[in-house]
Design a protein around this ligand. Structure first.
Ligand code: PMT
Length: 214
């Protein structure tokens, strides 16, 4: 099976030396890529900037901004049977890119932001993806309820919800604690290493694979 995985943060440039980003280390997405590659799948890892080593055997596509990630996904997802979106994509980017470094002037600097494309939310309709679609939901409150909204809105088969208000799991930690949210039920997976949880997430996704017709 060919599996597309997004990972890491995006960087939204403000001027040649500054950008808006987030605390994603890429560990969750890279653990998924390593787990999928280890069991013999072809993996396309589309990743924002991280300090991690590229897992062996994976086809690696480095990107910076959400717009770059959108393009990278849109041109490749058609060849994949499973797509897992673990990246922390910036929902907004600065409305204007200053081609020169912004100078200090007044005490307050006001920056306008505009919406970035929703990559996961575009997979079904705009990109016509018909394979197994797994999203993530990074929440600080109402974990299951908010994840369930994302499941429906983004037309996923299931969503991996995590509580990103905690420092011991979620962003930039070695562990996670997740809730797999399906249309008709949810399954909690207790705190564990991202490597172990990656195997569980993959197993859950691969179970949804349609059996080959005889
Ligand atoms: O990278 P780590 O340090 O290991 O941390 C892991 C993690 C916390 C980043 C990961 O477990 C996680 O929760 N990833 C999703 C982060 C996120 O952006 O969640 P969200 O609830 O804002 O987005 C929902 C889903 O839509 C996600 O699958 C996201 O990849 C996708 N999305 C969001 C916005 C956007 N413009 N395009 C997208 O594709």
């Amino acid at each position: 099976m060919t599996i597309l995985i997004t990972a890491g943060p995006t960087r939204e440039p403000l001027d040649p030396v500054r950008y808006l980003s987030n605390r994603s280390s890429g560990k969750m997405g890279y653990a998924l890529a390593a787990a999928a590659s280890a069991i013999g799948h072809r993996v396309l890892l589309i990743s924002g900037p991280t300090n991690l080593d590229i897992p062996s055997g994976v086809d690696f596509v480095p990107v910076e901004s959400a717009a770059d990630m959108y393009q990278a996904v849109a041109t490749r997802i058609g060849k994949c049977e499973l797509a897992i979106f673990a990246a922390a994509v910036a929902d907004y980017r600065p409305a204007n890119f200053a081609s020169d470094k912004i100078k200090k002037t007044d005490d307050v600097l006001t920056v306008d932001f505009v919406r970035n494309p929703d990559i996961l939310g575009s997979a079904r309709k705009e990109m016509g993806f018909e394979g197994i679609l797994v999203g993530f939901a990074a929440e600080t409150q109402n974990l299951e309820e908010n994840a369930r909204h994302k499941l429906t809105r983004k037309k996923c088969d299931f969503v991996v919800a995590n509580d990103v208000s905690r420092r011991d799991i979620g962003f930039d930690s070695n562990d996670n604690e997740i809730l797999l949210v399906y249309p008709d039920h949810s399954q909690p997976l207790p705190r564990d290493s991202k490597e172990h949880l990656a195997h569980h997430i993959l197993e859950a996704a691969l179970k949804l694979r349609p059996l080959p017709s005889s």
